[in-house]
Design a protein around this ligand. Structure first.
Ligand code: SAM
Length: 241
């Protein structure tokens, strides 16, 4: 059911009232979804560490077919909107700061939105890897080109052909069974003084992942992006411990 219907599209045989009711319901549902996300951010931000410890980590959805279906169905289209810009802006700024003219690997690159925010003049090249065929096809279509490659791959098994100065995990670690061991494996693929740039939506699952990462990596920088709806993301930069 679309969110809005032009009056001319309502069939004359159908009374207008049920249509209005369904529009009202759909905007209520959207409003509730936004509030639920806001609430998750608030709880995650203010829950004391001791309470976070009580939760057991389990990943969000993992199957490739789910991702392909969601990209094809437009579920992730909102990532292109202005409500996500603060997050991409901070991630891109950290990437620029630590690039040192080197190469960047973007894990879980999706349809390549971060690539759009990067100034490639200060990188030797960019590689984006994602599990979803659909997302990578879009990324290649919209952002592929000089010094940019998009590949279909699973971050848990992918073997980079070279070392990188910046490796990004942008809104993807909490989809993995064991995020810390994945990060540990990629340490061998960082150049000396290379960094991991990690972004996660603020929720308890993410707090669990931050606990694991903070324990085993050297935290260099941490920042937070908040949008007008009160949704927030934490973005951190790590070097090898
Ligand atoms: C929430 S989306 C974020 C996309 C992108 N980083 C962004 O912020 O625009 C998460 C992405 O992680 C990818 N992903 C999930 N598990 C993955 C895995 N094991 N290996 C590679 N990519 C994965 C999904 O296909 C999806 O594109």
């Amino acid at each position: 059911m679309p969110n809005s219907i032009e009056p001319s599209e309502i069939p004359s045989s159908q009374p207008a009232v049920p249509v209005e009711v369904s529009i009202g319901y759909s905007s209520l549902a959207t409003g509730w979804k936004r509030w639920r996300r806001h609430l998750r951010c608030m709880i995650s931000a203010y829950l004391p560490e001791i309470a976070v410890n009580a939760f057991k980590y389990s990943p969000q959805q993992t199957a490739r077919a789910n991702w392909d279906a969601e990209y094809a169905g437009g579920h992730w289209d909102y990532l292109r909107g202005s409500s996500e810009i603060a997050r991409y802006g901070i991630i891109a700024s950290f990437c620029h700061c630590y690039s040192r003219g080197g190469a960047l690997l973007d894990h879980g690159c999706g349809e390549g939105i971060l690539r759009r925010h990067l100034n490639l003049d200060i990188f030797s090249h960019y590689v984006g890897v994602d599990l979803s065929l659909d997302a990578v096809a879009r990324a290649d279509r919209n952002h592929g080109g000089e010094r940019t490659r998009f590949l279909v791959g699973n971050v848990e098994h992918y073997e980079p052909e070279q070392k990188y100065d910046v490796i990004v995990f942008n809104e993807m670690l909490y989809y993995l069974e064991d995020p810390e061991s994945v990060l540990r494996r990629y340490r061998d693929h960082l150049n000396p003084n290379g960094v991991f740039v990690v972004s996660m939506f603020d929720m308890i699952k993410a707090r669990k992942v931050w606990q694991m990462l903070d324990r085993n990596n050297r935290l260099v920088e941490s920042s937070r992006a908040v949008n007008q709806g009160g949704h927030s993301w934490t973005i951190r930069v790590y070097q090898q411990a």
